[in-house]
Design a binder for this molecule. Structure first.
Ligand code: ADP
Ligand code: MG
Length: 881
């Protein structure tokens, strides 16, 4: 290291502390990167890689970006999941002895960006923190640095619960301790966490003590402390906008796990991963960025407390009934700027005068919004109105201080109104007077010399000058003008008087520019004091925004208010799938009813492919979620229970996930539902079991249905293409068959999309193939094969009816196999469904295991030949029994 130049040594020292970040090292007007950083950055950012002398024989790889365009490059790196350490010169290069002092002033990470393209108006940017406690719990906390909101909870020791929270939040970055389990780290990355960061400090610290007042639980406190240590360590500044951490519990909300959320396409679609086509897309009629974020948060966590839900519904109803007031509210909301993020930027010190003007405009919308809410004379809206604090002191301050159209830059003046500050007014007078004087001088000179084209101009190098064209030079009086600059067609002169005025003007302008900046920072500090008020206002505004959004959508799309039943009854008349309906247009969509109660716990849905089974099931789940989020629902009449959880599982063939075996994924998802569901849950199983061979899949499907019927009692919709399962209706008392009807018309299949009672009578697979225009010859062959198979099946049934039982035929419907045979099915797998195991599949039986154990234990050298014979005889006898 000693051989490097001092500057490179300095670089290496700083870099040593920021191994996992790109170090943007300030050199004059550039941020430079060296060594590995330079090579990597030149690739990632597509900038030229150069090199420089560094004191050693080999040249040092280097690349750089101009400081004024750095934000753009930083954004690109952050988007890719990198971190960027900003290292600035912290002393004036002119004063420096030796190498200029440099320090990292901020570490920008995916979870702590404050501005740029990576931030979407209607999405939070969450950073999460996890602490594992080996006595089986996870401390969990999260924070959005742009808005300052933070929450924390204690989760069970099941890492899936942590992953669930991570997915709900869409956390970009997770802070953990340096010994955090590697397997878990990988799982976090699989959930699209861009950056994992390490922070080992978990002690409470005075810097953030007041943010933790509500946090009493020790484990949560440690986790939150870890988070704040990380934020302060990386941001290196006071973070005045951080809000006190709120404690939440996951059981206060309807639980929708990751798989279900994805399958239901609540906030993004499976295919494109975009918002378009999701339920959120359909619902988002919010007018503000804050409302957009709040809507997403509400959708991620539907309520289970009926009082809370009712409160939302009653405001939605009120807003539907009062159309004009609602439109007024929407108009006003449209003018409200992102108060939450603005508050964050005020705290960070990077707002400009234009932002403050937008803040003022936003705040002036608040009193009329209050007025409108108060006209309803409703208790809930009155309370909401009370929370709309217009922060008049801020409005007044900004109105009196800042001009209506300030420039972007805060360093060039022209932001502060005349009359706001006396000293500033004096400077401005001086400069204005000076300018008037100069204008007058120009007139006088023209008269005196008779040169009409004479003019007084200004440039940065020579200051004010008098310009006379070459042709008129002879008209000037000798000796009075000092020549300053010669142009092709003109000469420029100065006079002592002009210079004197110039000095006054420039001094006044410089002073007023400095003073304006100072006044501006004072104003910003004043606004800072109101950050908590602005944040509270932002929450109230966002709630109002989401509620008006629900009203708007509900009215536009003819939704109705749901009624909740405590008797676990579902009654939906003319229900629709909200998103499919929107895409198809209302005329084409066929509404369907749904009835479920304690005698109809499980509906088994059959029907041809493409008939609408999946759509029907999802529409019921989406309806339940909409209802519990506080929105009205797509139906003409509806009663629902309040569901504690919703599970959606889709047969693997529909859902191709790379990596894991798809059938394994299907089973893992099914397990999750079966283990966690209660009788207050809603389960959708869509063609479960189709990821494996027919008998295998059918057997599993049946066993799953029976298990739910016997042990869970959750409201369950089970669609299947195993027609054989429909006989279960006779054996499971709370299971009913329904089907989606289709019609054959001139040998072609017509989908009616209409749900009917009973099982579908025929498999329409071949007709679908025909619709898809497979070759005629192939279709004919399939029809022939089907006929043969059906005849064979009939023969078997006849024999069964006559009491003859064919040994190798699976008898899915027989009474003996419909009960859940837990003990047996654990040890011997599929055997309970087949009298004889399939070829190539020989499960190890209990007795075989015992024999194997015994063989293992034998000490051969200790046996006489005769003893060995006897032992072998014994073992064989055991196996034969
Ligand atoms: P399945 O699960 O039975 O194969 P889907 O539920 O995937 O069928 O539906 C197939 C298509 O049929 C959907 O993409 C949709 O366009 C249409 N569809 C489904 N239900 C309806 C309905 N109730 N009204 C009109 N079209 C529907
Ligand atoms: Mg389907």
């Amino acid at each position: 290291m000693a051989t490097y130049t001092p500057m490179i040594q300095q670089y290496l020292q700083v870099k040593a502390e920021y191994q996992d970040a790109f170090l943007f090292f300030r050199l004059g007007d550039f941020y430079e990167m060296f060594f590995e950083d330079a090579i990597k950055a030149s690739q990632e950012l597509e900038i030229t890689l150069t090199s420089r002398e560094g004191g050693t024989e080999e040249r040092i790889p280097m690349c750089g970006v101009p400081y004024h365009s750095a934000p753009n490059y930083i954004e690109q790196l952050i988007e890719k999941g990198y971190k960027v350490a900003i290292c600035e010169q912290t002393e004036d290069p002119k004063q420096a002895k030796g190498v200029v002092k440099r320090e990292v002033v901020q570490l920008i990470t995916p979870g702590t960006v404050m501005e740029g393209r990576g931030l979407h108006d209607k999405e939070n940017n969450f950073l999460a923190t996890i602490t594992y406690f080996p006595d089986d719990a996870f401390g969990f906390a999260y924070n959005d640095l742009t808005t300052g909101e933070g929450r924390a909870t204690l989760l069970s020791g099941n890492f899936d619960d942590v992953l669930n929270e991570i997915s709900i939040l869409g956390a970009k970055e997770v802070v953990i301790d340096s010994k955090f389990d590697m397997e878990w780290q990988k799982k976090l990355r699989d959930r699209n966490v861009r950056a994992l960061s390490f922070e080992d400090q978990t002690e409470m610290d005075p810097t953030f003590r007041q943010l933790l007042e509500t946090v009493t639980e020790d484990k949560v406190q440690k986790t939150v402390s870890r988070m704040f240590h990380y934020l302060y360590r990386t941001q290196k500044r006071s973070l005045d906008h951080l809000q006190p951490v709120k404690i939440y519990e996951t059981k206060q909300f309807m639980k929708i796990d990751y798989f279900s959320k994805r399958n239901l396409e609540l906030t993004e679609t499976i295919r494109s991963k975009g918002k378009k086509g999701s339920l959120l897309w359909l619902l988002d009629e919010t007018m503000t960025a804050m409302g957009g974020r709040q809507l997403k948060q509400w959708m991620e966590r539907p309520l289970i407390d009926q009082k809370q839900i009712d409160r939302r519904h009653s405001v939605v109803e009120l807003l539907i009934q009062n159309y004009f007031e609602r439109q007024d509210i929407r108009e006003k909301l449209k003018e409200v700027y992102d108060l939450e993020r603005l508050a964050g930027r005020v705290a960070f010190g990077n707002v400009n005068a234009r932002d403050l003007i937008q803040l003022k405009k936003s705040l002036t919308q608040i009193p009329p919004l209050r007025e409108i809410l108060l006209t309803f004379g409703n208790e809930i809206t009155n309370r909401l109105a009370d929370r709309l604090d217009p922060c008049e002191q801020v409005t007044d301050l900004l109105e009196s201080a800042i001009v209506d159209h300030p420039p972007l830059s805060v360093k060039e003046g022209n932001m502060i109104r005349d009359g706001f500050n006396e000293e500033l007014d004096r400077y401005r007078d001086a400069s204005r007077n000076g300018k008037t004087w100069i204008a007058a001088l120009e007139r006088q000179e023209r008269e005196k010399t008779g040169i009409k084209s004479l003019k007084i101009g200004y440039n940065r190098v020579f200051g004010y000058y008098i310009e006379v064209t070459r042709a008129n030079l002879h008209l000037l009086e000798e000796g009075q003008y000092e020549r300053k600059q010669t142009l092709t067609n003109a000469e420029r002169f100065i006079t002592p008087e002009l210079k004197e005025k110039e000095a006054l003007i420039l001094q006044a302008e410089e002073k007023s520019g400095e003073l304006e900046y100072e006044i501006f920072t004072q104003i910003r500090e004043r606004v800072k004091e109101f950050i908590p008020n602005l944040q509270a206002l932002a929450v109230a505004v966002s709630e109002l925004d989401v509620l008006q959004c629900f009203a708007q959508v509900s009215e536009d799309r003819h939704y109705v208010k749901p009624i909740f039943s405590s008797e676990r009854k579902i009654y939906i008349k003319e229900g629709r799938h909200p998103v499919v309906e929107k895409v198809l247009s209302a005329q084409e969509y066929v509404p369907n009813d749904c009835y479920m109660d304690n005698e109809r716990e499980i509906l088994l849905i059959t029907g041809p492919n493409m008939s609408g089974k999946s759509t029907y099931m999802r529409q019921i789940a989406l309806t339940a979620i909409l209802a519990q989020v506080g929105c009205f629902v797509p139906a003409s009449q509806i009663t629902l229970p309040i569901f504690d959880q919703v599970f959606t599982r889709i047969g693997a063939a529909d859902d191709l996930i790379s990596g894991q075996s798809t059938f394994m994924v299907e089973m893992l998802e099914a397990k999750n539902a079966i283990v966690n569901a209660t009788k207050n849950s809603l389960i959708l199983f869509d063609e479960i079991g189709r990821g494996t061979s027919t008998y295998d899949g059918m057997a599993l499907a049946q066993a799953i249905i029976e298990y739910i019927h016997e042990h869970i009692g959750a409201k369950t919709l089970f669609s299947t293409h195993y027609h054989e399962l429909t006989v279960l209706e006779e054996e499971l008392k709370n299971l009913k068959n329904i089907h989606v009807s289709a019609m054959e018309h001139n040998g072609k299949l017509v989908f009616l999309h209409k749900i009917k009672e009973g099982a579908a009578d025929k498999s329409y697979g071949i007709h679908v193939a025909e619709l898809a225009e497979l070759p005629k010859e192939l279709i004919k062959r399939a029809n022939d094969l089907l006929n043969k198979l059906e005849q064979k099946q009939k023969a078997v049934e006849l024999m069964e009816d006559a009491g003859v039982k064919e040994e190798s035929q699976p008898s899915i419907s027989s009474q003996t196999t419909t009960k859940v045979q837990e003990e047996k099915s654990v040890g011997i797998g599929q055997l309970s469904f087949f009298d004889e195991p399939k070829e190539g599949f020989k499960p190890v039986l209990e007795k075989e295991k015992k024999v194997l154990e015994q063989i293992k234990k034998l000490d051969i050298l200790d046996l006489t030949p005769l003893q060995a014979m006897n032992t072998l005889y014994d073992l064989q006898k055991k196996l034969k029994n």
